[in-house]
Design a protein around this ligand. Sequence first.
Ligand code: COA
Length: 255
Amino acid sequence: GMSHILTHIEDHVLHIVINRVDKKNALTRSMYQQMADAIFDAKHHPDIRVILLKGHGDCFTAGNDIQDFASKEESEHVAETAAFMRALMDCEKPVIAQVHGVAVGIGTTMLLHCDFVYAQPNTRFVLPFINLGLVPEYASSYLLPKIAGRRKASEWLMLGEPFGTEDAYQFGLLTDIVPETSLSDKVMSVCKKLVEKPAFSLLQTKSLLNNDTDLIRQQMDIELDVFIQAMGMDAAQEAFDAFLNKRPINPDKFK
Ligand code: COA
């Protein structure tokens, strides 16, 4: 069948394109695994100097596939997601995200692990975990307060309401807001600049900036235990079922 993750290398840039347009680029287990493999393979690929993440169609990604979340298989069911996020955090080469439309859940979380993030002005971000009976994931409860400050991190994670590019930019989630017509050119020009930097200096600069990986990994493991616990609880199961059946959440079951 048609692949939901497209990859190609062009001018030393590995393009990873999320391509599940009919489902708003919601990410399934196999999509995470393909992205994990692509990032992992890039490590030993001398032709790849920069990695670019983006979405086809009208958005970046609607986040984790909720059908996948709803299946109660416990811990192994986040294995591919964890493999992708670990590959992203361990990636020695610079990663750029090009964002438009919506970036939901892990679609926003993964931006915290990218080196550059450019978004179109009308992009909407949301960390909806609290509204799904879930908790922050992949070190966002560590990185978000660090990047945005505790006030914003609490608002974004405890209310779970969508926010726009102005907020995202002001609170450090974005490198820049770029109009739709020039976004792709802007991102390509940044990729080109990075490709032309001395390779040793570029990799070492990223490595030096990533000087708290132990704390990141530690918080990620702590979060994942709580996340898996939450997934099996009544509130989350009610939220997943409501979404999949296109009905409102029953507040009696969402406690
Ligand atoms: N998982 C599974 N399917 C999803 C999905 C997700 N995260 N997000 C969207 N889809 C599916 C919808 O079920 C719908 O499928 P259908 O056409 O078979 O009915 C299709 O993608 C289009 O989505 P729709 O909701 O109709 O589009 P929209 O433009 O009205 O809204 C969103 C877009 C992203 C705001 C909305 O889809 C949404 O809130 N998705 C859930 C996001 C979420 O909570 N993700 C989990 C993060 S932890």
